[in-house]
Ligand binder design. Sequence first.
Ligand SMILES: Cc1cc2nc3c(=O)[nH]c(=O)nc-3n(C[C@H](O)[C@H](O)[C@H](O)COP(=O)(O)OP(=O)(O)OC[C@H]3O[C@@H](n4cnc5c(N)ncnc54)[C@H](O)[C@@H]3O)c2cc1C
Length: 391
Amino acid sequence: MDVARLKQSWSLVAAHGDQVPLYFYSTLFLSHPETRQMFPTNMAGQRDRLVTALAHIVTNVDQVDRLVGFLKDLGADHRKFAVRPEHYPAVGEALVATLQHFLGEQWTEELAQDWTAAYGLVSQVMIEAAQAAEAVAPPWWVAEVVAHERRAFDVAVLTLRPQYLLPFAPGQSVGVSHPAVRTWRYYSPANAPRQDGTLELHVRAAPGGVVSSRLVYGTAVGDQIHLASPVGDRLTLWSAGSSDLLLLAGGTGWAPVKALVEQVAAEGAGRRVDLYVGARSRLEFYDTETIEKLAASFPWLTVTYVVGADPQRPGEFVHVADRALADGDWRSRHVYVCGSDEMVTHSVRALTQAGYHPGQLHHEGLGKHWYGPAWRTALDASAPDNSGGAR
Ligand SMILES: Cc1cc2nc3c(=O)[nH]c(=O)nc-3n(C[C@H](O)[C@H](O)[C@H](O)COP(=O)(O)OP(=O)(O)OC[C@H]3O[C@@H](n4cnc5c(N)ncnc54)[C@H](O)[C@@H]3O)c2cc1C
Protein backbone atom coordinates (compact mmCIF):
# COMPACT_ATOMS: atom_id res chain seq x y z
CA MET A 1 0.00 0.00 0.00
CA ASP A 2 1.44 3.39 -1.01
CA VAL A 3 0.63 5.62 1.98
CA ALA A 4 1.75 8.86 0.33
CA ARG A 5 -0.45 8.13 -2.69
CA LEU A 6 -3.37 7.34 -0.41
CA LYS A 7 -2.99 10.59 1.53
CA GLN A 8 -2.58 12.68 -1.55
CA SER A 9 -5.68 11.22 -3.19
CA TRP A 10 -7.68 11.89 -0.02
CA SER A 11 -6.62 15.53 0.08
CA LEU A 12 -7.87 15.93 -3.51
CA VAL A 13 -11.20 14.38 -2.61
CA ALA A 14 -11.60 16.26 0.69
CA ALA A 15 -11.23 19.56 -1.18
CA HIS A 16 -14.74 18.96 -2.54
CA GLY A 17 -16.13 19.65 0.95
CA ASP A 18 -19.77 18.79 1.67
CA GLN A 19 -20.19 17.20 -1.74
CA VAL A 20 -18.16 14.21 -0.57
CA PRO A 21 -20.40 12.98 2.27
CA LEU A 22 -23.47 13.84 0.19
CA TYR A 23 -22.30 11.60 -2.62
CA PHE A 24 -21.13 8.90 -0.22
CA TYR A 25 -24.43 8.65 1.67
CA SER A 26 -26.55 8.85 -1.47
CA THR A 27 -24.54 5.98 -2.96
CA LEU A 28 -24.74 3.96 0.24
CA PHE A 29 -28.48 4.42 0.73
CA LEU A 30 -29.27 3.77 -2.90
CA SER A 31 -27.24 0.58 -3.14
CA HIS A 32 -28.03 -0.67 0.37
CA PRO A 33 -31.32 0.88 1.54
CA GLU A 34 -31.27 -1.22 4.72
CA THR A 35 -28.38 0.93 6.04
CA ARG A 36 -30.50 4.11 6.05
CA GLN A 37 -32.18 3.22 9.35
CA MET A 38 -28.82 3.29 11.17
CA PHE A 39 -28.45 7.00 10.56
CA PRO A 40 -30.32 9.92 12.08
CA THR A 41 -33.27 11.34 10.18
CA ASN A 42 -31.47 14.66 9.99
CA MET A 43 -28.08 13.91 8.45
CA ALA A 44 -26.54 17.37 8.81
CA GLY A 45 -24.13 16.61 11.68
CA GLN A 46 -23.45 13.13 10.39
CA ARG A 47 -21.79 14.49 7.26
CA ASP A 48 -19.10 16.28 9.26
CA ARG A 49 -18.54 13.19 11.34
CA LEU A 50 -17.82 10.95 8.36
CA VAL A 51 -15.36 13.35 6.76
CA THR A 52 -13.59 14.04 10.05
CA ALA A 53 -13.31 10.34 10.81
CA LEU A 54 -11.95 9.51 7.38
CA ALA A 55 -9.53 12.42 7.52
CA HIS A 56 -8.13 11.17 10.82
CA ILE A 57 -7.82 7.61 9.60
CA VAL A 58 -5.99 8.68 6.47
CA THR A 59 -3.77 11.17 8.32
CA ASN A 60 -2.71 8.51 10.79
CA VAL A 61 -2.61 5.58 8.41
CA ASP A 62 1.17 5.25 8.81
CA GLN A 63 1.02 5.35 12.64
CA VAL A 64 -0.31 1.90 13.18
CA ASP A 65 -0.31 1.82 17.00
CA ARG A 66 -2.35 4.98 17.34
CA LEU A 67 -4.67 4.08 14.52
CA VAL A 68 -5.42 0.59 15.78
CA GLY A 69 -6.42 1.92 19.22
CA PHE A 70 -8.73 4.43 17.58
CA LEU A 71 -10.27 1.85 15.27
CA LYS A 72 -10.85 -0.59 18.11
CA ASP A 73 -12.71 2.09 20.07
CA LEU A 74 -14.63 3.01 16.95
CA GLY A 75 -15.60 -0.59 16.19
CA ALA A 76 -16.71 -1.32 19.76
CA ASP A 77 -18.60 1.97 19.93
CA HIS A 78 -20.35 1.46 16.58
CA ARG A 79 -22.29 -1.45 18.09
CA LYS A 80 -24.66 1.17 19.46
CA PHE A 81 -25.66 2.01 15.86
CA ALA A 82 -26.56 -1.68 15.33
CA VAL A 83 -23.70 -2.00 12.82
CA ARG A 84 -23.02 -5.63 11.92
CA PRO A 85 -20.08 -7.22 10.04
CA GLU A 86 -22.12 -7.55 6.84
CA HIS A 87 -22.56 -3.76 6.71
CA TYR A 88 -18.84 -3.07 6.33
CA PRO A 89 -18.51 -4.18 2.66
CA ALA A 90 -21.46 -1.93 1.77
CA VAL A 91 -19.68 1.08 3.29
CA GLY A 92 -16.42 0.06 1.56
CA GLU A 93 -18.13 -0.07 -1.86
CA ALA A 94 -19.74 3.35 -1.32
CA LEU A 95 -16.41 4.79 -0.21
CA VAL A 96 -14.57 3.50 -3.27
CA ALA A 97 -17.36 4.74 -5.56
CA THR A 98 -17.12 8.18 -3.90
CA LEU A 99 -13.36 8.38 -4.30
CA GLN A 100 -13.58 7.27 -7.89
CA HIS A 101 -16.27 9.86 -8.61
CA PHE A 102 -14.30 12.80 -7.21
CA LEU A 103 -10.90 11.74 -8.51
CA GLY A 104 -12.23 11.29 -12.04
CA GLU A 105 -9.37 10.63 -14.40
CA GLN A 106 -6.90 10.51 -11.55
CA TRP A 107 -8.49 7.33 -10.23
CA THR A 108 -6.16 4.45 -11.18
CA GLU A 109 -6.07 0.70 -10.68
CA GLU A 110 -3.22 1.18 -8.15
CA LEU A 111 -5.28 3.65 -6.12
CA ALA A 112 -8.22 1.29 -6.18
CA GLN A 113 -5.99 -1.42 -4.75
CA ASP A 114 -4.54 0.93 -2.08
CA TRP A 115 -7.96 2.04 -0.88
CA THR A 116 -9.45 -1.43 -0.96
CA ALA A 117 -6.54 -2.77 1.08
CA ALA A 118 -6.69 0.12 3.57
CA TYR A 119 -10.42 -0.21 4.02
CA GLY A 120 -10.07 -3.98 4.41
CA LEU A 121 -7.66 -3.48 7.32
CA VAL A 122 -9.79 -0.79 8.92
CA SER A 123 -12.95 -2.85 8.78
CA GLN A 124 -11.19 -5.99 9.99
CA VAL A 125 -9.90 -4.21 13.12
CA MET A 126 -13.32 -2.65 13.75
CA ILE A 127 -15.23 -5.91 13.30
CA GLU A 128 -12.84 -7.83 15.57
CA ALA A 129 -13.04 -5.14 18.25
CA ALA A 130 -16.84 -5.17 18.08
CA GLN A 131 -16.85 -8.93 18.49
CA ALA A 132 -14.43 -8.73 21.44
CA ALA A 133 -16.56 -6.03 23.08
CA GLU A 134 -19.64 -8.30 22.93
CA ALA A 135 -18.15 -10.38 25.71
CA VAL A 136 -17.65 -7.34 27.92
CA ALA A 137 -20.63 -5.02 27.54
CA PRO A 138 -23.92 -4.75 25.66
CA PRO A 139 -24.08 -2.43 22.62
CA TRP A 140 -26.32 -0.12 24.67
CA TRP A 141 -28.28 -0.03 27.87
CA VAL A 142 -31.97 0.82 28.18
CA ALA A 143 -32.45 3.25 31.07
CA GLU A 144 -35.60 4.59 32.65
CA VAL A 145 -35.90 8.27 33.52
CA VAL A 146 -36.70 8.24 37.26
CA ALA A 147 -36.40 11.99 37.80
CA HIS A 148 -36.46 15.00 35.48
CA GLU A 149 -36.01 18.48 36.94
CA ARG A 150 -35.93 21.69 34.94
CA ARG A 151 -33.40 23.78 36.83
CA ALA A 152 -33.16 26.68 34.41
CA PHE A 153 -34.95 27.61 31.22
CA ASP A 154 -32.56 25.49 29.17
CA VAL A 155 -31.05 23.10 31.74
CA ALA A 156 -32.48 19.85 33.09
CA VAL A 157 -31.08 17.40 35.61
CA LEU A 158 -32.10 13.83 34.79
CA THR A 159 -31.76 10.75 36.95
CA LEU A 160 -31.61 7.52 34.97
CA ARG A 161 -31.82 3.93 36.09
CA PRO A 162 -30.20 1.54 33.59
CA GLN A 163 -31.76 -1.92 33.41
CA TYR A 164 -28.32 -3.43 33.97
CA LEU A 165 -25.39 -1.93 35.80
CA LEU A 166 -23.45 0.51 33.61
CA PRO A 167 -19.93 0.73 35.05
CA PHE A 168 -18.12 4.04 34.57
CA ALA A 169 -15.48 6.16 36.26
CA PRO A 170 -16.12 9.72 37.49
CA GLY A 171 -15.03 12.12 34.76
CA GLN A 172 -16.02 9.80 31.90
CA SER A 173 -18.91 10.40 29.53
CA VAL A 174 -21.55 8.05 28.20
CA GLY A 175 -23.31 7.98 24.85
CA VAL A 176 -26.96 9.01 25.16
CA SER A 177 -29.70 8.59 22.61
CA HIS A 178 -33.43 9.21 22.75
CA PRO A 179 -35.23 6.49 20.75
CA ALA A 180 -37.30 9.17 19.01
CA VAL A 181 -34.25 10.88 17.47
CA ARG A 182 -31.95 7.88 16.85
CA THR A 183 -28.73 9.78 17.19
CA TRP A 184 -26.08 9.74 19.89
CA ARG A 185 -24.36 12.46 21.90
CA TYR A 186 -22.09 12.34 24.92
CA TYR A 187 -23.10 13.43 28.41
CA SER A 188 -21.08 13.15 31.60
CA PRO A 189 -22.55 11.42 34.63
CA ALA A 190 -22.65 13.92 37.49
CA ASN A 191 -22.17 11.36 40.19
CA ALA A 192 -19.69 8.77 41.40
CA PRO A 193 -21.03 5.22 40.86
CA ARG A 194 -23.97 4.56 43.21
CA GLN A 195 -25.20 1.44 44.97
CA ASP A 196 -28.49 1.60 43.05
CA GLY A 197 -26.73 2.08 39.69
CA THR A 198 -28.53 5.35 38.88
CA LEU A 199 -26.83 8.10 36.90
CA GLU A 200 -27.44 11.84 37.01
CA LEU A 201 -27.07 13.89 33.84
CA HIS A 202 -26.98 17.67 33.54
CA VAL A 203 -28.15 18.71 30.09
CA ARG A 204 -28.20 22.16 28.57
CA ALA A 205 -30.39 22.48 25.48
CA ALA A 206 -28.27 23.76 22.60
CA PRO A 207 -30.32 26.05 20.34
CA GLY A 208 -31.84 23.73 17.74
CA GLY A 209 -30.05 20.81 19.38
CA VAL A 210 -31.53 17.48 18.34
CA VAL A 211 -30.66 15.41 21.40
CA SER A 212 -30.25 18.04 24.12
CA SER A 213 -33.59 19.73 23.34
CA ARG A 214 -35.32 16.38 23.44
CA LEU A 215 -33.73 15.57 26.80
CA VAL A 216 -34.55 18.98 28.32
CA TYR A 217 -37.95 19.80 26.83
CA GLY A 218 -39.32 16.47 25.55
CA THR A 219 -38.48 13.86 28.18
CA ALA A 220 -40.40 12.90 31.31
CA VAL A 221 -40.28 10.48 34.20
CA GLY A 222 -41.02 6.96 32.98
CA ASP A 223 -39.51 7.50 29.50
CA GLN A 224 -36.82 5.15 28.30
CA ILE A 225 -33.61 6.35 26.78
CA HIS A 226 -30.51 4.53 25.59
CA LEU A 227 -27.01 4.77 27.06
CA ALA A 228 -23.76 3.51 25.54
CA SER A 229 -20.43 2.47 27.03
CA PRO A 230 -18.47 5.12 28.92
CA VAL A 231 -15.58 6.77 27.11
CA GLY A 232 -12.71 9.08 27.93
CA ASP A 233 -9.92 9.28 30.43
CA ARG A 234 -9.01 12.95 30.33
CA LEU A 235 -11.10 13.98 33.30
CA THR A 236 -10.65 10.90 35.44
CA LEU A 237 -8.45 10.96 38.52
CA TRP A 238 -6.40 8.07 37.12
CA SER A 239 -3.29 10.15 36.53
CA ALA A 240 -3.61 12.59 39.45
CA GLY A 241 -2.06 10.34 42.12
CA SER A 242 -3.05 11.56 45.56
CA SER A 243 -2.47 15.21 44.69
CA ASP A 244 -4.66 18.06 45.94
CA LEU A 245 -7.01 19.36 43.26
CA LEU A 246 -8.13 22.61 41.69
CA LEU A 247 -11.45 22.09 39.87
CA LEU A 248 -12.75 24.62 37.35
CA ALA A 249 -16.29 24.13 36.03
CA GLY A 250 -18.35 26.21 33.63
CA GLY A 251 -22.07 25.62 32.95
CA THR A 252 -22.93 21.93 32.66
CA GLY A 253 -19.18 21.27 32.84
CA TRP A 254 -20.07 21.07 36.51
CA ALA A 255 -21.48 17.55 35.87
CA PRO A 256 -18.23 15.55 35.61
CA VAL A 257 -16.60 17.86 38.16
CA LYS A 258 -19.35 17.00 40.65
CA ALA A 259 -18.62 13.32 39.99
CA LEU A 260 -14.96 13.99 40.85
CA VAL A 261 -15.92 15.71 44.11
CA GLU A 262 -18.06 12.72 45.01
CA GLN A 263 -15.21 10.39 44.18
CA VAL A 264 -12.83 12.31 46.43
CA ALA A 265 -15.46 12.04 49.17
CA ALA A 266 -15.82 8.29 48.56
CA GLU A 267 -12.02 7.81 48.69
CA GLY A 268 -12.36 9.34 52.10
CA ALA A 269 -8.94 10.75 52.57
CA GLY A 270 -6.60 13.46 52.42
CA ARG A 271 -7.00 15.67 49.35
CA ARG A 272 -7.73 19.36 49.54
CA VAL A 273 -10.10 20.44 46.79
CA ASP A 274 -10.75 24.00 45.66
CA LEU A 275 -13.71 24.29 43.35
CA TYR A 276 -14.51 27.25 41.11
CA VAL A 277 -17.93 27.11 39.51
CA GLY A 278 -18.67 29.59 36.76
CA ALA A 279 -21.79 30.76 34.96
CA ARG A 280 -22.46 33.66 32.66
CA SER A 281 -25.05 35.14 35.05
CA ARG A 282 -26.33 34.43 38.56
CA LEU A 283 -29.50 32.88 37.15
CA GLU A 284 -27.46 30.19 35.42
CA PHE A 285 -26.17 28.52 38.59
CA TYR A 286 -28.56 25.60 38.36
CA ASP A 287 -27.15 23.34 41.10
CA THR A 288 -26.28 25.59 44.02
CA GLU A 289 -28.30 23.59 46.53
CA THR A 290 -26.16 20.51 45.89
CA ILE A 291 -22.95 22.53 45.81
CA GLU A 292 -23.81 24.13 49.15
CA LYS A 293 -24.56 20.71 50.65
CA LEU A 294 -21.23 19.37 49.46
CA ALA A 295 -19.38 22.40 50.80
CA ALA A 296 -21.12 22.06 54.16
CA SER A 297 -20.39 18.33 54.37
CA PHE A 298 -16.71 18.30 53.48
CA PRO A 299 -14.17 20.50 55.27
CA TRP A 300 -11.59 19.72 52.58
CA LEU A 301 -13.77 21.39 49.92
CA THR A 302 -13.74 25.15 49.30
CA VAL A 303 -16.21 26.59 46.77
CA THR A 304 -16.04 29.88 44.89
CA TYR A 305 -18.75 31.01 42.47
CA VAL A 306 -17.68 33.09 39.51
CA VAL A 307 -20.26 35.16 37.65
CA GLY A 308 -18.98 35.85 34.15
CA ALA A 309 -21.00 38.90 33.26
CA ASP A 310 -21.62 41.38 36.06
CA PRO A 311 -24.34 43.96 35.24
CA GLN A 312 -22.34 46.43 37.36
CA ARG A 313 -19.42 46.12 34.95
CA PRO A 314 -20.85 45.94 31.44
CA GLY A 315 -18.48 44.75 28.74
CA GLU A 316 -16.23 42.86 31.15
CA PHE A 317 -16.23 39.08 31.44
CA VAL A 318 -14.66 37.28 34.39
CA HIS A 319 -13.29 33.87 33.48
CA VAL A 320 -13.24 31.09 36.06
CA ALA A 321 -9.55 30.37 35.50
CA ASP A 322 -8.54 34.04 35.79
CA ARG A 323 -10.37 34.28 39.08
CA ALA A 324 -8.70 31.11 40.42
CA LEU A 325 -5.28 32.31 39.29
CA ALA A 326 -5.84 35.66 40.99
CA ASP A 327 -6.82 33.87 44.21
CA GLY A 328 -3.80 31.64 44.64
CA ASP A 329 -0.86 29.60 43.44
CA TRP A 330 -2.10 26.08 42.68
CA ARG A 331 0.94 24.83 40.86
CA SER A 332 1.44 21.92 43.24
CA ARG A 333 -1.99 20.59 42.31
CA HIS A 334 -3.64 18.71 39.48
CA VAL A 335 -6.13 20.98 37.75
CA TYR A 336 -9.38 19.75 36.13
CA VAL A 337 -11.24 22.00 33.71
CA CYS A 338 -14.62 21.32 32.10
CA GLY A 339 -17.05 23.64 30.33
CA SER A 340 -17.70 25.06 26.89
CA ASP A 341 -14.91 24.86 24.33
CA GLU A 342 -14.27 28.58 24.78
CA MET A 343 -14.06 28.29 28.57
CA VAL A 344 -11.67 25.33 28.34
CA THR A 345 -9.50 26.94 25.70
CA HIS A 346 -9.24 30.14 27.68
CA SER A 347 -8.52 28.30 30.94
CA VAL A 348 -5.80 26.09 29.50
CA ARG A 349 -4.14 29.07 27.85
CA ALA A 350 -4.24 31.14 31.03
CA LEU A 351 -2.95 28.29 33.20
CA THR A 352 -0.18 27.46 30.75
CA GLN A 353 0.91 31.10 30.61
CA ALA A 354 0.95 31.10 34.42
CA GLY A 355 3.46 28.25 34.45
CA TYR A 356 1.21 25.20 34.85
CA HIS A 357 2.51 22.25 32.83
CA PRO A 358 0.50 19.97 30.53
CA GLY A 359 0.90 16.93 32.77
CA GLN A 360 -1.03 18.58 35.61
CA LEU A 361 -3.83 19.95 33.40
CA HIS A 362 -6.84 17.73 32.66
CA HIS A 363 -9.50 19.24 30.46
CA GLU A 364 -12.55 18.41 28.42
CA GLY A 365 -14.66 20.79 26.34
CA LEU A 366 -18.32 19.94 25.87
CA GLY A 367 -18.12 21.06 22.29
CA LYS A 368 -19.68 19.87 19.11
CA HIS A 369 -17.46 16.97 18.35
CA TRP A 370 -18.09 14.33 15.79
CA TYR A 371 -16.87 11.73 18.21
CA GLY A 372 -15.99 11.80 21.84
CA PRO A 373 -13.02 11.19 24.03
CA ALA A 374 -12.33 7.68 22.84
CA TRP A 375 -11.06 9.18 19.62
CA ARG A 376 -8.96 11.73 21.43
CA THR A 377 -7.65 9.16 23.86
CA ALA A 378 -6.48 6.94 21.07
CA LEU A 379 -5.15 9.57 18.72
CA ASP A 380 -4.04 12.36 20.97
CA ALA A 381 -2.66 10.50 23.94
CA SER A 382 0.89 10.78 22.69
CA ALA A 383 0.45 14.08 20.89
CA PRO A 384 2.89 16.67 22.20
CA ASP A 385 0.25 19.36 22.60
CA ASN A 386 -1.73 18.32 25.60
CA SER A 387 -2.50 21.91 26.32
CA GLY A 388 -4.93 22.62 23.51
CA GLY A 389 -8.54 22.09 24.40
CA ALA A 390 -10.38 23.64 21.51
CA ARG A 391 -13.14 21.24 20.74
C1 LIG B 1 -17.18 14.32 26.05
C2 LIG B 1 -18.39 15.18 26.02
C3 LIG B 1 -19.18 15.29 27.16
C4 LIG B 1 -20.32 16.10 27.15
N1 LIG B 1 -21.06 16.24 28.30
C5 LIG B 1 -22.14 17.07 28.31
C6 LIG B 1 -22.89 17.25 29.52
O1 LIG B 1 -22.65 16.64 30.58
N2 LIG B 1 -23.94 18.14 29.48
C7 LIG B 1 -24.26 18.83 28.32
O2 LIG B 1 -25.24 19.61 28.36
N3 LIG B 1 -23.56 18.67 27.17
C8 LIG B 1 -22.52 17.78 27.14
N4 LIG B 1 -21.82 17.60 25.97
C9 LIG B 1 -22.34 18.21 24.71
C10 LIG B 1 -23.36 17.22 24.07
O3 LIG B 1 -22.71 16.02 23.71
C11 LIG B 1 -24.00 17.75 22.78
O4 LIG B 1 -22.99 18.16 21.89
C12 LIG B 1 -24.93 18.92 23.03
O5 LIG B 1 -25.92 18.55 23.98
C13 LIG B 1 -25.64 19.35 21.73
O6 LIG B 1 -26.20 18.21 21.12
P1 LIG B 1 -27.52 18.32 20.24
O7 LIG B 1 -27.76 17.02 19.56
O8 LIG B 1 -28.63 18.82 21.07
O9 LIG B 1 -27.13 19.45 19.21
P2 LIG B 1 -26.91 19.27 17.62
O10 LIG B 1 -28.21 18.89 17.00
O11 LIG B 1 -25.74 18.38 17.40
O12 LIG B 1 -26.52 20.75 17.21
C14 LIG B 1 -27.53 21.78 17.17
C15 LIG B 1 -26.90 23.14 17.15
O13 LIG B 1 -26.20 23.38 18.35
C16 LIG B 1 -24.82 23.59 18.10
N5 LIG B 1 -24.12 22.80 19.12
C17 LIG B 1 -23.93 21.47 19.12
N6 LIG B 1 -23.28 21.08 20.22
C18 LIG B 1 -23.06 22.18 20.94
C19 LIG B 1 -22.43 22.45 22.16
N7 LIG B 1 -21.90 21.46 22.88
N8 LIG B 1 -22.38 23.71 22.59
C20 LIG B 1 -22.93 24.71 21.88
N9 LIG B 1 -23.53 24.54 20.70
C21 LIG B 1 -23.60 23.30 20.23
C22 LIG B 1 -24.56 23.05 16.70
O14 LIG B 1 -23.53 23.76 16.04
C23 LIG B 1 -25.88 23.31 16.04
O15 LIG B 1 -25.96 24.62 15.58
C24 LIG B 1 -20.69 16.80 25.97
C25 LIG B 1 -19.89 16.68 24.83
C26 LIG B 1 -18.77 15.89 24.84
C27 LIG B 1 -17.92 15.78 23.60
